[in-house]
Write a protein that binds this ligand. Structure first.
Ligand code: ADP
Ligand code: MG
Length: 393
């Protein structure tokens, strides 16, 4: 891939720099930030621009507000508070910024309110992007988490501004994923699990083309079992994708990709009825039961694949890891990856919670902050925001 430009290639002194960050942080009912990872990850770019003497205008989306309406619960105000602590500066938060002629003092850090309040943001509107582009000199995209979306601040605005580049976090994400996918040290193992079956299953078609081993877990594994005629009872799975699952299995065998399906599993009548938890071979699951984790025989097979791999990409827990009775599979695989010398890249909100819970975070080479963008990049590295930074519409 042609190189993305970096901030270090620009003279920032006295310039006004627009940074599209990803401050889409989880908030509790009182509007308190419950995880500030994304804000912390955005700081290197913001601090660098400030230190080089730029005036910095930073914005982000937060949630999915209705465009044209101010919704206090999705305001960036909590983010501003956090940024004030981190930078030790007083920071202005500006509403309706796309319609105003704004004045900034030199070297100031300003937060422009949730960009999805602006009419035309999600629709990648030209007029909106054109107005925004008058406000500054240099465009920086540091929001890898929304790189798979074509919106005014991630796409059209970048295309309109000739002085444009990726921020440090964005570059780090692209480098790590490129290393894992485009030029991996073989054998390459991909692990795909979790609950979002329909959005993830199609991704397997492209993964099968590039990996040596493929492990499926969670609702994805259940869909494959069902496609093999296994009774999966009440397990989460996607009925409409059973045919697709069969096609993926055929493709995997054609490409000599090792893709073991579970042979034994932990089931229960529901995640809460812990009295009904039992270990069973996959051929004797009852109609009223659901698969909630893998059994020891399956885990041994999967751990052997982890041991043989030199690059590992992981998205999606293998079982319902939030409940101890069903956490074993995800935990054991996480520990095995932690011990492995392979280059490991992990993405996905719940997968990151899992590796935090099981204390293997420090043994992972790269943890991606971008959930959806991470998955899309695995499918196709030409994300809309990357295209825009390269000048391609
Ligand atoms: P990520 O956020 O990492 O992309 P997902 O959102 O797709 O992952 O899925 C995570 C959720 O999937 C977790 O809450 C986990 O408990 C659930 N899960 C995994 N396996 C199962 C299963 N067999 N049955 C029900 N839920 C499962
Ligand atoms: Mg999730």
């Amino acid at each position: 891939m042609k190189q993305l430009k970096s901030l270090v290639e620009f003279d920032l002194s006295g310039k006004t720099v627009f940074v599209r960050s990803d401050f889409n942080v989880p908030l509790d009912n009182n509007g308190k930030i419950t995880d500030d990872t994304r804000i912390l990850a955005s700081m290197p770019t913001i601090n660098y621009a400030l230190n080089k003497g730029a005036t910095v205008l930073v914005t982000s989306h937060l949630g999915r507000p209705e465009e044209g309406f101010y919704d206090e619960s999705l305001s960036l105000a909590p983010v501003v508070k956090k940024l004030e602590k981190l930078t030790d500066k007083k920071i202005r938060l500006i509403k309706n910024w796309s319609d105003k002629k704004l004045k900034f003092s030199s070297g100031e850090l300003v937060v422009l309110e949730n960009c999805r309040f602006n009419v035309g943001e999600m629709g990648n509107n030209f007029e909106l992007a054109d107005k925004m582009s008058q406000m500054f000199d240099i465009y920086v995209n540091d929001a890898f988490g929304t790189a798979h979306r074509k919106e005014a601040t991630t796409s059209k605005l970048a295309l309109l501004k000739k002085s444009r580049c990726a921020g440090f976090l964005f570059l780090k994400e692209v480098d790590a994923l490129t290393k894992a996918l485009k030029n991996p040290k073989k054998p390459l193992l991909a692990i795909l699990g979790g609950a979002k079956v329909s959005s993830k299953l199609n991704l397997l078609f492209s993964l099968v083309g590039s990996v040596d081993y493929l492990i499926v877990g969670g609702g994805i594994a259940n869909t494959f079992l069902k496609s093999q005629g296994v009774e999966v009872g009440k397990s989460i799975h996607e009925r409409e994708l059973i045919k697709t699952a069969n096609e993926i299995l055929d493709l995997a065998s054609l490409k000599n990709v090792e893709m073991p399906l579970p042979t034994d599993v932990i089931v229960a009548e529901s995640p809460k009825s812990l009295k009904t938890v039992r270990l069973t071979k996959v051929d004797s699951i009852q109609k009223e039961e659901m698969i909630l984790d893998f059994g020891p025989q399956t885990l041994q097979t999967l751990k052997d694949l982890v041991k043989k791999s030199n690059t590992i990409i992981w998205n999606g827990p293998l079982g319902l890891f939030e409940i101890d009775e069903f956490a074993g599979g995800t935990n054991e695989i996480a520990q095995e990856i932690g011990l492995s010398h392979a280059y490991s890249v992990i993405g996905g909100g719940d997968t990151i919670s899992a590796i935090n819970k099981f204390n293997v975070k420090d043994d992972i080479d790269y943890i991606s902050t971008g959930g959806g963008a991470f998955l899309e990049f695995l499918k196709d590295s030409n994300l809309p925001a990357i295209d825009a930074l390269m000048g391609r519409d």
